[in-house]
Design a protein around this ligand. Structure first.
Ligand code: SF4
Length: 407
């Protein structure tokens, strides 16, 4: 079974009927690429770190182009397709040929999934039944707030009542996962509880809450901070407590990103599973592991449980996958071991990382760790607890094997 992704293009904000107030793409600048794990050895910058990461598209693809590309992908795929996912840089609800696209894809008679929509482009409630009738089975829908006034003010949704009616209809018929960036003082507290109740009562499967980031250390790496001048931001701990509290109050699954999934105990659910920790190989060598400040204490605890000797160092960047060369340059080389493991997804070219960590004249080996050590809420939303634990077990086993081999 395989999944077919249909990319319709579009630019975030530009092809979304204007930027939502909190959109991270609002102030994205044309920076030189950082480099990443996909870059060729002698060039900093590849398609991923210079284009995809900022969802850089020219604009919408025409329906014809989407059709041709889909056909080409289909010809290369083997096995049966069990789901078709519509994705893009812009918001699918704003795609000019949206109904034609759905009609075209529904001809494949495979369940349809919209990877992300804000619903801002839907102006007619009829579209909900049209989608259900044409095979839509799952959608991730940014609700932001069940209060239409807030949707209008902060998402610039011209028809918030209609969007909410569509969301309501979809909740009653298919799998709906709501999403909301939490802006303290705007859609949190009582307002957020009302939004949760609204979704829960209507049958949504889940809600992903996204902690708002407004500074570079919180994850805005494309020269785009602040997104909202003067906007309050929750600390990771405040955010985690809020997610825990809400998850206890409602039937639907509520989780948060960059942390936390209370039903699974992730990220790093394995930390509290002694039986599984015992299955990990013992550490035989030493190394320095670099990570984000949110993950560092958990990674340290898991590695300490397997023998210690590894020093986990937190960058000022909160999220490991968003570490850039500046975060590495700010670290104290005096604390570094002979082997340094950086996050698999860090936005740093391998050679640049080596240059930074040997700039004091001392030889050190720099390696990239596993792609992911745990599942964030967007990943864990569709996973079981066992699935997440297995993923963590495998990635930590990989990390320890790397340290034992090269440390
Ligand atoms: S709909 Fe999403 S991508 Fe578009 S402006 Fe709003 S937050 Fe940005």
């Amino acid at each position: 079974m395989a999944q077919l992704t249909v990319d319709i293009g579009g630019k975030p904000g530009i092809n979304c009927r204007g930027f939502c107030e909190y959109c991270y793409f609002k102030h994205v600048k044309e920076n030189p690429p950082f480099g990443c794990r996909h870059c060729p050895p002698f060039r900093v910058g590849c398609d991923y770190c210079s284009r995809s990461v900022r969802e850089y598209y020219q604009g919408w693809k025409s329906l014809r182009q989407v059709g041709e590309e889909t056909l080409a992908t289909l010809q290369m795929m083997t096995g049966e397709i069990d789901r078709v996912t519509i994705s893009g840089g812009g918001d699918p609800s704003c795609y000019p040929e949206f109904t034609d696209l759905i009609e075209l894809l529904s001809g494949m008679e495979v369940p349809l999934h919209i990877g992300y929509t804000s619903g801002k482009g839907f102006d007619d409630v009829e579209i909900a039944d049209f989608l259900i009738d044409h095979g839509l089975t799952e959608v991730s829908f940014t609700v932001f707030s069940a209060d239409p006034v807030k949707r209008k003010r902060f998402m610039h949704d011209p028809t918030p009542d209609v969007s909410l009616k569509i969301l309501e209809r979809l909740c009653g018929a298919i799998d709906v996962y709501g999403a909301a960036v939490v802006l303290p003082g705007i859609n949190d507290g009582k307002a957020l509880e009302e939004t949760c109740r609204w979704l829960d009562d209507r049958g949504a499967q889940g809600l992903i809450l996204m902690r708002f980031a407004n500074r570079t250390d919180q994850g805005l790496i494309l020269g785009n901070s602040p997104v909202m001048k003067g906007q309050q931001v929750q600390s990771p701990q405040e955010f985690q407590e809020m997610v825990t509290d809400l998850a206890q109050k409602f039937r639907m699954k509520i989780s948060g990103t960059p942390l936390w999934d209370p039903a699974i105990g992730s990220p790093f659910a394995i930390r509290n599973e002694p039986g599984l920790l015992d299955k990990l190989p013992l550490l035989q060598r030493s190394a320095t592991v670099i990570t984000g400040s949110i993950a560092a204490p958990s990674i340290q605890a898991i590695l300490d449980a397997r023998g210690g000797g590894v020093n986990v160092i937190a960058t000022r960047k909160e999220i490991a996958c968003l570490i850039t060369p500046d975060d590495l340059k700010a670290l104290d080389l005096g604390e570094m071991d002979d082997l340094i493991v950086i996050p698999g997804r860090a936005f740093v070219h391998d050679r640049e990382a080596e240059r930074i960590f040997t700039s004091d004249g001392k030889e050190r080996t720099v390696l990239r760790g596993p792609e992911m050590l745990t599942a964030d809420a967007e990943t864990s939303m569709g996973m079981t607890r066992d699935g997440v634990l297995l993923m963590e077990l495998e990635s930590f086993a990989g990390l320890i094997a790397m340290i034992n081999r090269y440390g």
